[in-house]
Design a protein around this ligand. Structure first.
Ligand code: PLP
Length: 404
């Protein structure tokens, strides 16, 4: 008889976005005329840029021609894409990362979830609280944590690093030394960023204690301030302790196409073992997660014209972020983020819980956001709005909130 992986049962039943979906459905059924505006979901809304579409069309044509047809992609991804990434994302920023240290994938979610598989089950993990839930969830499923405690809203055995208003939403170096440290900057959901000297302290800490940093830079293209690093490899010694994950989803609108990559330096080791060859054997490596067509579309993002077009989209979202940020400040809210990230993190009015504030906003303004507590216990009393909506609806939503 087959048995299940009981670790999956440790995950609390109701997932954040399904609860939100249920609440919206219920509200719409009871208020059929309500014009609900969604400023909560972390998905892009702008269509793919023309250069990307052009690359897709031409790659599709290649697939229909015997001379240019492509079968399985190479294990690490196509060289044309990996060298463009190495050049534009790393060498241009002074990072010594080469094309063969880049593993192309079908997006950062899979990489962020699966990267833990190359590490032993005896490793302790540290995560920011609040943060993108995938890091904890994947370690729970793997069996690297104890049970979930619904009172503390934490899993036993995980080192949670609170990110609060007091510490500027930046974690403090943990006293209990973790083996694996997940960092995500610019942060989802708080929008916080680390300056280079702040991130350097984490790199030094990891090198001193033989920890590995798993650095999620999915929102790197939203960085607008000069002293904020785009990659952890901008810090000295990061190649000795860090793996970095990136995504084309929010950078270039690939949430539906699927493309990302993970950087593992060739000489990065733990306990004397190299990590690069382990990730080279990861699930699905033979077929590579991203099809040729999509990798061609990804390469278009690195052409001058493609870059210009995706930067315009990012600027569009960041104008939305500014509208939200300034509007909420005018309305008397305490707000964070929104400068180097498409996320605006606000404090709920009148000490409401995150879910009370969700209901309040849905009922009184017909605006949907994401309760901060869904990203970790330190997110309680906070709320996330995103800049990914269209301009008119974003303005309308903020006008409604101002009138509350
Ligand atoms: N990392 C963070 C911090 C995210 O917020 C997301 C998506 O919301 C991802 C990774 C996943 O990105 P992808 O669409 O490439 O799987």
């Amino acid at each position: 008889m087959a048995s299940i992986n009981k670790n999956y049962l440790k995950l609390p039943g109701s997932y954040l976005f399904s609860t939100i979906g249920k609440k919206i459905k219920e509200y719409s059924e009871n208020h059929p005329d309500a014009q609900i505006i969604r400023l909560g979901i972390g998905d892009v809304t702008q269509p793919l840029a023309p250069e990307i579409i052009k690359a897709l069309h031409s790659a599709v044509d290649e697939m229909g021609n015997a001379e240019t047809f492509k079968g399985y992609a190479p294990d690490l991804g196509y060289e044309f894409l990996r060298s463009a990434i190495a050049e534009r994302d790393f060498k241009k920023r002074g990072c010594d990362i080469s094309a063969d240290e880049i593993f192309v994938s079908d997006g950062a979610k899979g990489d962020c979830s699966n990267i833990q598989e190359i590490f032993g089950l005896d490793n302790t993990i540290a995560v920011c609280d609040p943060v993108y839930p995938v890091y904890v969830d994947s370690n729970v499923m793997a069996g690297r944590t104890g049970e979930y405690d619904s009172l503390t809203e934490r899993f036993a055995g995980v080192i949670y690093m609170p990110c609060t208003e007091e510490n500027g939403f930046l974690p403090e170096l943990p006293k209990e030394v973790p083996d694996l440290i997940y960092l995500c900057f610019p942060n989802n959901p708080t929008g916080a960023v680390m300056k280079k000297d702040q991130l350097q302290k984490w790199v030094d800490y990891a090198n001193e204690h033989d920890s590995i940093i798993l650095y999620d830079a999915a929102y790197e293209s939203y960085i607008s301030e000069d002293d904020v690093p785009h990659s952890i490899y901008e810090c000295d010694g990061a190649k000795d302790c860090a793996i970095e994950m990136r995504s084309f989803s929010k950078t270039a609108g690939f949430t539906g196409l699927r493309l990302g990559y993970t950087v593992i330096p060739k000489d990065l080791t733990t306990g004397g073992d190299k990590l690069w060859p382990l990730w080279a054997r990861r699930h699905g490596t033979k077929y590579n997660g991203a099809p040729y067509i999509v990798q061609k579309a990804g390469a278009a993002v690195y052409t001058d014209e493609g870059r210009k077009e995706v930067e315009e989209q990012i600027a569009y979202y960041m104008t939305n972020a500014k509208i939200i940020l300034e509007g909420l400040k005018e309305a008397g809210y305490t707000v964070f983020g929104g400068v180097n990230a498409p996320y605006i993190w606000l404090k709920a009015h009148n000490n409401m819980t995150s879910w009370e504030f969700f209901d309040h906003l849905l009922d009184k303004a017909n605006v949907v956001g994401t309760p901060g507590s869904g990203f970790g216990p330190s997110g309680e009393h906070y709320f996330r709005l995103t800049a990914f909506g269209n301009r008119e609806k974003t303005i309308e939503a903020i006008e409604r909130i101002k009138k509350l």
